[in-house]
Structure formats: structure tokens, C-alpha cells
Design a protein around this ligand. Structure first.
Ligand code: S3P
Length: 170
């Protein structure tokens, strides 16, 4: 299963809870990238630019999607930018879009780690990015959960309700 959605939509926290409750391995794609590169996302953006970050992101996603072990994967918000990623996610995973309004996102990113795509006016940036990506999230997702006003565990519960469990999963 893969979780997609804007930065601040809660993918990492929800993915962690979901994996734990389902007894599945959890992969946070941003954390996997940082571990593999031994540097932070911001450092990758600063030193090598967004294009290089997207290349690494695509490689790590491909590895996850080839895994024979069932995983819960939390993707970075921009995973849907590349058509190859959208197609592979749709083909090889069950994809859930954690959809949030701008107020929710703005509130959450304020308390989060540094995000290289957000500048001095994060609400304006989130609004523009969300508008530009919305069609890609729609195209990629098999299921949608609206997360506004919900705690991470409640979101995980909503996902469990719409997730068509693989037959082999106990
Ligand atoms: C990005 C979102 C971030 C991270 C990078 C780019 C984006 O992940 O991958 O800063 O393009 O939306 P989160 O969605 O986990 O914050």
C-alpha cells in the first residue's frame, strides 16, 4: 500500500500506525532517501537540485514497488510529478490519497522539519503546489481519505475501511 498527498497531510505518521496495526513493514520514502544518501532532503536539494532529488526518489520508489514483502510506503508529496511514478504506483500498489485542505496543511508544516519547496509564505506555496498536483493525486489514487480534523489513528482506521485487503493478508 502507498500513501500519497501533500506535505503536511500526515502520510508518515499515518503510515507508521497503519503498518503497525496491520503487522506490515513501514517505509517512509523520504527517510529511506536520507538514509541511502546519508544527508537530509534539504541538503540534497541545496547541493544537487530538485532534479537529482527526483531521480533518487524514483529509484527508491521503484525498489519498494519491486519488494516481494507487502509494505506500507509513505511517499513524499512530489512523488506524483513524474508520469512513470504515477503509472507504477497505480499498477503495483494500492494507493491512498490523504487529502487535506490548505488550513490543515499549513498548520502541520509549521511544526514540521524544513521543507525546501516552502518559502516565506508557506500558505501561498501550499495553495499553488496543491492546485498544480491535485489532478495527479486524483489520477494515481485508488482510494481517497479526507484527513481534516482527524487524528492519525482515525485516518488509519478510515484507510482500513476502504483498503481492499490482498487475499493473502491474514
Ligand atoms: C516534497 C515533499 C517532501 C519531500 C520533499 C519534496 C514535495 O515530503 O519529499 O521536500 O515535493 O511535496 P513530505 O510530503 O513527506 O513532506
Amino acid at each position: 500500500m502507498a500513501l500519497i498527498g501533500m506535505m503536511g497531510s500526515g502520510k508518515s505518521t499515518v503510515g507508521f500506525w497503519l503498518a503497525r496495526s496491520e503487522g506490515l513493514r513501514f517505509v517512509d520514502l523520504d527517510a529511506a532517501i536520507e538514509e541511502r544518501q546519508d544527508r537530509s532532503i534539504s541538503e540534497i536539494f541545496d547541493a544537487d537540485g530538485e532534479g537529482r532529488f527526483r531521480d533518487i526518489e524514483q529509484e527508491v520508489l521503484d525498489q519498494c514497488l519491486k519488494s516481494s514483502e507487502p509494505l506500507v510506503v509513505s511517499c513524499g508529496g512530489g512523488i506524483v510529478l513524474r508520469p512513470e511514478n504515477r503509472a507504477r504506483l497505480r499498477d503495483r500498489a494500492w494507493v491512498c490519497w490523504l487529502r487535506a485542505n490548505i488550513e490543515t496543511l499549513g498548520h502541520r508544516v509549521r511544526f514540521g522539519d524544513s521543507r525546501p519547496l516552502l518559502g516565506d509564505d508557506p500558505i501561498a506555496d501550499l495553495t499553488a503546489i496543491s492546485a498544480a498536483r491535485s489532478e495527479f493525486y486524483t489520477e494515481t489514487a485508488h482510494g481517497i481519505v479526507d484527513v481534516d480534523g482527524l487524528e492519525a489513528e482515525q485516518v488509519a482506521e478510515q484507510i482500513r475501511r476502504v483498503w481492499p485487503r490482498p487475499v493473502s493478508t491474514p
